[in-house]
Design a binder for this molecule. Sequence first.
Ligand code: FAD
Length: 391
Amino acid sequence: MERIPGEPFPGSGCPASRFLHDVTVKVGDVRTDSWLRRDAPARSVPVVVIGAGQAGLSAAYHLRRRGLDFVVLDAEDGPGGAWRHRWRSLVMATVNGIFDLPGMPQPPVDTGEPAADAVPRYFAAYEREFQFPILRPVRVHAVRDAGDQRGGELVVETGHGSWAARAVINATGTWGAPNLPWYPGIETFTGRQLHVAQYVSAAEFAGRPVVVVGGGISAVQLIEELSLVTTTTWVTRREPVWIEGEFTPETAGRASVARVEADARAGRPIGSIVSYTGLGWTPYARAAAGRGALVRHPMFTAVEPGGVRMADGSFHPADVILWATGFRQDVGHLAPLRLRGELGGIAMDGTAAAADRRIHLIGYGPSQSTVGANRAGRAAATAVGKLLQPA
Ligand code: FAD
């Protein structure tokens, strides 16, 4: 198979990609509760929500309000969705703004606390308050059509048995599907390569030259802290687009969300978030620029054992390559439903997959923010309520 530089690494989207030395494939521990038995017979429930991040919890809240019976299957060991895994230096002061879950405001925030602690604590309190039926750790491996004989049901297959459902609200986010582009020689690199999903803190890279790949918020944020402890080189495929003025999910949001919505409606693949929003001159971006660390270079053309070969032929030694190349929608388990169209994306109508209105995708495309996830959870619950109404 011919490989194209910059295209996803084969297996990208699956964190087991070979060249990331420090990736482990995490599979939820098997618990012994009867409902988690692998050989349990298929259970039946009107609605299965997959994922208990912001989007899944919002859906749960609104399904409950509509009196609909449901179960939430979540692959994590505990509450918090992807926030459980954010790097430690991402603190409440540097997140882009996290919206309250419906029906329960966030407690007062210590701006210096890691988001990986504060947000899961809030989600845990939320889950305790509402006592939603959340089963974890349960990873969904596949969602299939049950066939004509089962009256239009879907079968949700997990490592702990199956659920039959009339509708599925998919809220699996993107964290589990890091985007890893391939470049010639990538397998030959003798230093450390990691995706931002594996990044913990700058301290472990002190004194080790780092090439940071990618033009999004995470690249800028991590360059800022890495450049305090080592030399960094920033490479991106395209010239970054800097937005002047205030940059919040709401201000950056509306026009960008409309563009993502248009792509989702048309069935085009959803691009990276930064390709819609551009980059804001946040305090950390200004700090990095002030130190001269935000000098962007065009993407390297090849990786060599001790560094990267730049487009102008020069060689750049590196000890670490940090792929800040974003994430894709984590929807591989929906593949049996063949929702993707000719353009490569899943065509959407509101939160429903246009090809199969039993499937709703939230925290997806235009709703990939905490405020978007909230709204999509409500919209999906409303749409599923209508779908399940007796004719
Ligand atoms: P997640 O929080 O990712 O939750 C998905 C859940 O689904 C997880 O619990 C996961 O384990 C589970 N899951 C996945 N696959 C399966 C499966 N097959 N079976 C069962 N369960 C599964 N947005 C903002 O609004 N403000 C911010 O400040 C902000 N900062 C961000 C910082 C970073 C570094 C990143 C990557 C994103 C950020 N975002 C931010 C976007 C953010 O991801 C969303 O706003 C929101 O938190 C996503 O919620 P979610 O419910 O869609 O997904």
